[in-house]
Design a protein around this ligand. Structure first.
Ligand code: KDG
Length: 317
């Protein structure tokens, strides 16, 4: 068995995606897909040919089986996912309004994943990773999930495993004050930081991507990707920094774009690409995510991805 390059840990949910751009009260039909910031990153990386694992807890129910089955089908190792009677699998609904803004509604309180605790982790399994990718959603789920994240940070430091961290502030899960208190100290310990420019003000006191990246690099980050939505991205490491433009696409659902960016960026890091290339890989993945309705369904396999990257380079010349 080859080692797993990236292991992600966090809750995945069954997401119900409406077939109409209207309030949920008027929606008659939904598609069922898997959502979850961390597993989205694992799926994106797996599609690009990298070995990934996702560790979590699902309920002992049909939705838990669905989540495992879908992730496994995308090539993500799910051998260490726990099936638990402590709570159900979490679910969420997306809502699309006429102006295309996406909203989410969670039904995840007391979910199986929220009962994840330090003693659930298999350290031997985690040891093989080059990168552990975590997000700020997990510590918002419960006190035991917060402990898990802190413990994973210390473990990765001891083992020389890179921590990739996306604060992913979810205001429906906790207050800004709580998010800041927990996430700000984690952010400055991560090796790879992938965050939204709009999260900088709360966590670092600046909403400017260049200043955010400079602060994080000073604190010890090795690579930083700041996501700026429709404005593109800004990426930086100790050697260079670049503004990365967006790839123009027809936007249908913005949810999942950040995770797709993370997957592309991390693929670049794993492949030893210069930081500009990592940013461009992230940006292309993000663009492909927003042009489809699920979080990961629009993501390409490696061949299609390489062709699109190549085309972009030729257009630029
Ligand atoms: O990043 C997209 C995620 O927000 C979505 O897939 C669901 O993980 C999720 C969450 O907690 O919001």
């Amino acid at each position: 068995m080859r080692d797993i390059e990236v292991i992600t840990i966090g809750e995945s949910l069954v997401a119900f995606v409406p077939n109409a751009h209207t309030k949920l009260r008027y929606v008659q039909q939904f598609s069922k897909v898997v959502a979850g910031a961390e597993s989205n990153v694992a799926v994106g990386l797996s599609k690009l040919g990298h070995s990934t694992g996702w560790m979590s807890k699902v309920g002992s129910d049909e939705f838990g089986q669905f989540i495992i089955r879908e992730l496994r089908a995308e090539g993500v190792d799910t051998s260490h996912v726990l099936i638990s009677d402590e709570g159900p699998s979490g679910i969420m609904f997306k809502q699309f309004s006429a102006n295309l803004a996406s909203q989410v509604f969670y039904y995840r309180k007391g979910s199986a994943a929220s009962t994840l605790k330090v003693s659930d982790l298999d350290w031997e399994y985690l040891k093989q990773a080059k990168v552990l990718h975590l997000s700020g959603i997990t510590p918002a789920l419960s006190a035991s999930c917060k402990d898990v994240v802190y413990e994973l940070f210390s473990f990765a430091k001891q083992q020389g495993i890179l921590i990739s961290f996306d604060p992913n502030i979810r205001r429906k899960l906790w207050s800004e004050a709580e998010a800041k208190q927990v996430l700000a100290p984690l952010l400055v310990q991560a090796d790879i930081v992938l965050m939204g420019e709009d999260e900088g003000e709360l966590l670092l006191g600046s909403g400017d991507s260049h200043r955010i990246a400079a602060m994080l690099l000073r604190k010890g980050a090795k690579a930083v990707g700041i996501k700026r939505g429709g404005q593109g991205a800004y990426v930086a490491d100790a050697t260079a920094s670049f503004d990365i433009p967006i790839y123009p696409v027809k936007v249908v659902d913005t949810i999942g774009a950040g995770d797709a960016f993370n997957a592309g960026f991390l693929a670049g890091i794993l492949e030893g690409k210069p930081i500009k290339e990592c940013g461009r890989m992230g940006s292309l993945m993000g663009a492909l995510a927003v042009s489809s309705y699920g979080d990961t369904e629009g993501l390409p396999d490696r061949k299609a991805f390489d062709d699109m990257m190549q085309n972009e380079k030729e257009i630029e010349r």
